[in-house]
Design a protein around this ligand. Structure first.
Ligand code: CP
Length: 318
C-alpha cells in the first residue's frame, strides 16, 4: 500500500490558527466557515483532498461520540489521516502524571493539528501555548465547546434561513453546559437576536458569559418557567443536566428530570420553530417527539461533519 503521508513540514513562524474558544470566532469567521461547510455538504468543495498528506491527533480526556467521530470522519473525507487517543486520561502518559503541556508539546512534533477534549476549563488555551501546530478545542470541561456552537449556527441557518432576529431559548443546565455557553456568545455576534435563558435556580448561566453578553448589548431574558417560555420561541435548545459536573449525586438528583420535552410540551412550540439538543440526551427529550419535523437534533449532529471539515480545512490547509 502506498504511504500517502509526507514528513511533517518544517515549523514556520506563520501564526497558527487555533480555535480554543468563542473569543477566537468573530462574525466574519463564522460566515466563512459556514459557507465552506455548506460547500462541503453540497459536494462542491471536496476537491482533491485538501488535507492529503496531513495528520491529525484527536486527544480526548473525556468521553465523546459525536465530536470525536465527526472530526475523524471529517479528516478522512478531506484526504488526511488520524491518530486517536480516545481515553487519554488512562491510556496516555497522563496516567503516569505527565502534564498536558508536555503531552501536547510532544504530540505536536508528530502531527499537523490537534483536536483536544479535556475536563479543565482553559485546557485548550494552555495546549495552544504549548503546541507547534493548530489546536482545536473539542470542549474544555464546563467551559466552552466552540465547534459545537458553529454547527449549531449552521443548523439554525439551514433550518430557519437566518442567524439574526431570532428568539432562541437555551434550556436546562446552563451553569455547566459548555455548548449553550458558547452558543449564546456566538448568537450575540448577529443583530436582533433575543436570548431566553431557561434554567432552574442554581443552574443559571454564569456571570462570565452574562458579562460578555451585556458588553455587546445582547438582549437576555432569564426565567425558570420552561413551558411558559416555549410558545414565543423560534428555537428551543434543550440540554442535559450534566450529572458528571455536580459535587455529589444528591445534588444532581435535585435537578434530574426538571425540564422534559414531551409531546405535550412540544405542542407549545410554534409550528415554524425547531427543537435542538447537542446530544447525548438522557431523559430530557421524550423519544416520542423524534418523529416531529421540528425535532432537529439528529440533523444537527449530522451537520457536525460538514462544519468540522470546514474547521479542519481552515486550521490545517497549507
Ligand atoms: N455534543 C457533543 O459534544 O457530543 P459528544 O460528547 O458525544 O462529543
Amino acid at each position: 500500500m502506498r504511504d500517502t503521508l509526507t514528513a511533517p513540514p518544517a515549523r514556520t513562524r506563520v501564526p497558527l490558527r487555533h480555535l480554543t474558544g468563542p473569543h477566537a470566532i468573530d462574525r466574519a469567521l463564522i460566515e466563512q466557515l459556514l459557507a465552506r461547510a455548506a460547500g462541503f455538504e453540497k459536494g462542491t468543495e471536496s476537491g482533491a483532498g485538501p488535507l492529503q498528506g496531513r495528520l491529525l491527533a484527536t486527544v480526548f480526556y473525556e468521553p465523546s461520540t459525536r465530536t470525536r467521530f465527526s472530526f475523524e470522519a471529517a479528516m478522512h473525507r478531506l484526504g488526511g489521516q488520524v491518530l486517536s487517543a480516545e481515553n487519554a486520561t488512562r491510556a496516555s502518559s497522563a496516567a503516569k502524571g505527565e502534564s498536558l503541556e508536555d503531552a501536547i508539546q510532544v504530540i505536536s512534533g508528530y502531527v499537523d493539528g490537534i483536536v483536544l477534549r479535556h475536563p479543565e476549563v482553559g485546557a485548550a488555551e494552555r495546549a495552544a501555548h504549548a503546541a507547534q501546530v493548530p489546536v482545536i478545542s473539542a470542549g474544555d470541561g464546563p467551559g466552552h465547546h466552540p465547534t459545537q456552537a458553529l454547527l449549531d449556527l449552521y443548523t439554525i441557518k439551514k433550518e430557519l434561513g437566518r442567524l439574526d432576529h431570532l428568539r432562541v431559548g437555551l434550556a436546562g443546565d446552563l451553569r455547566h453546559g459548555r455548548t449553550v455557553r458558547s452558543l449564546a456568545l456566538l448568537l450575540s455576534r448577529f443583530s436582533g437576536n433575543q436570548l431566553v435563558l431557561i434554567a432552574p435556580p442554581g443552574l443559571g448561566m454564569r456571570e462570565d458569559v452574562l458579562g460578555s453578553l451585556g458588553q455587546v448589548g445582547q438582549v437576555v431574558e432569564e426565567t425558570a418557567d420552561f413551558t411558559g417560555a416555549i410558545p414565543r420561541l423560534d428555537v428551543l435548545y434543550q440540554t442535559r443536566i450534566q450529572a458528571e459536573r455536580f459535587a455529589s449525586p444528591q445534588e444532581y438528583e435535585r435537578y434530574r428530570g426538571i425540564y422534559v420535552v414531551t409531546a405535550e410540551v412540544l405542542g407549545r412550540l410554534p409550528e415554524h420553530a425547531i427543537l435542538m439538543h447537542p446530544l447525548p440526551r438522557v431523559a430530557e427529550i421524550d423519544p416520542v417527539v423524534d418523529a416531529d419535523p421540528r425535532a432537529a437534533y439528529f440533523r444537527q449532529a449530522r451537520n457536525g461533519l460538514w462544519v468540522r471539515m470546514a474547521v479542519l480545512d481552515w486550521a490545517m490547509a497549507r
